[in-house]
Design a protein around this ligand. Structure first.
Ligand code: GTP
Ligand code: MG
Ligand code: ZN
Length: 308
């Protein structure tokens, strides 16, 4: 008789690095990277968004014929979720990430505060540690923009990093930030997410693209979310630029709590469920009137409340 260990196929734990057309690239804990398919029965299991996404922890089994199959997917600790195309379905971009780096460009594509705020809100509502990175600080006009952005976001409670792949500014700091935990880079197409990763780890050799001269927009050079291990420690998820950040089931109170500068003030509002938009005795409104809350951040909040 054979021992139970011999009849049971060996399970190899690992993490999903990338999924393309039903093929899953998995980094096994033992060190090798393999391609696996997904056990049919797992396709029936309920899971928000796709069954398996980059960052999912899985168990892979090697069949007698040498085939590799994902036999189990572990529950997700965190997930970055947004609305998919058309807004009817959730799209989970990646699982088990710790931090969201919202990457914007000082210019080319032009910096839009509402867009930066939308990415930061996305990180907040998914429970990720947020940080804002402004790349392309080498471009003309960026020097004038830098201090005002630092002031706007530091006052709101966000770490902000000014960087340039071109000049090398902020690259050591960015590498240091990414050396702990798992960070997802999110931002519009063409801001330089892949370029920043190549700058901190040239061995990654990620594809980068041009920004169209006419529209000032990127062309979605990165095509799928990809989890990468950094040589200096830490993991990152490079993502294709989002053209639009649409939220998946964002409640009004979630949005109010996603603005860190409102959170402490909210205890002083008369109503516990104050949205700070029209209620009497609102501490956020009072702070806004005396300039303690930034008017343009509040404008972003108002805009998000009406569109979310
Ligand atoms: N001037 C300047 N250009 C940069 C900088 N960083 C990146 N670029 C350029 O910006 C363009 C877009 O860079 P990518 O790294 O492909 O941008 P991305 O954010 O990964 O874009 P998607 O993959 O489409 O989401 C490329 O032509 C880069 O060379 C920078 O710091 N300064
Ligand atoms: Mg890219
Ligand atoms: Zn209020």
């Amino acid at each position: 008789m054979t021992a139970p260990e011999d009849t049971e196929a060996q399970r190899l734990p690992g993490v999903v690095l990338e999924t393309v057309g039903g093929i899953y690239q998995v980094g096994l804990d033992e060190g090798s990277t393999i391609q696996a398919s997904l056990r049919g029965r797992l396709k029936q299991e309920f899971r928000l968004g796709d069954r398996v996404v980059a960052g999912d922890r899985v168990e892979v089994e090697r069949g007698d014929d040498g085939s590799l199959t994902i036999e189990a997917v572990h529950p997700r600790r965190t997930r970055l979720v947004r609305a998919g195309p058309g807004g009817r379905k959730p799209k989970v971009v990646a699982a088990n990430v710790d931090r969201l780096a919202a990457v914007m460009a000082a210019d080319h594509p032009a910096f839009r505060p509402e867009t930066a705020d939308r990415f930061l809100v996305l990180g907040e509502v998914c429970g990720l540690e947020p940080v804002l990175v402004i790349n392309k600080m080498d471009l003309p006009g960026a020097d004038a923009l830098g201090p005002s952005l630092e002031e706007r976001y530091r006052a709101a409670g966000y770490p902000i990093l000014l960087a340039s792949v071109e000049s090398g500014r902020g690259i050591p700091e960015f590498r240091d930030l990414l050396s702990r935990g798992i960070t997802i880079l999110a931002g519009p197409s063409g801001v330089g997410k892949s370029s920043l990763l190549n700058a901190i780890a040239p061995g990654l050799k990620l594809r980068t693209g041009e920004v169209s001269r006419r529209e000032g927009r990127g062309k979605h050079t990165t095509v799928s979310a990809r989890l990468l291990e950094l040589p200096g420690g830490g993991w990152v998820v490079d993502t294709p630029g989002f053209s639009e950040v649409e939220f998946w089931s964002l409640e009004p109170m979630d949005l109010a709590r996603a603005f860190p500068e409102f959170r402490d003030l909210a205890h002083e509002c008369r109503f516990r469920s104050c949205t700070h938009l029209h209620e009497p005795d609102c501490a956020v409104q009072e702070a806004l009137e005396v300039g303690a809350v930034d008017a343009s951040r509040f404008a972003s909040y108002r805009q998000l409340s009406s569109s979310a």
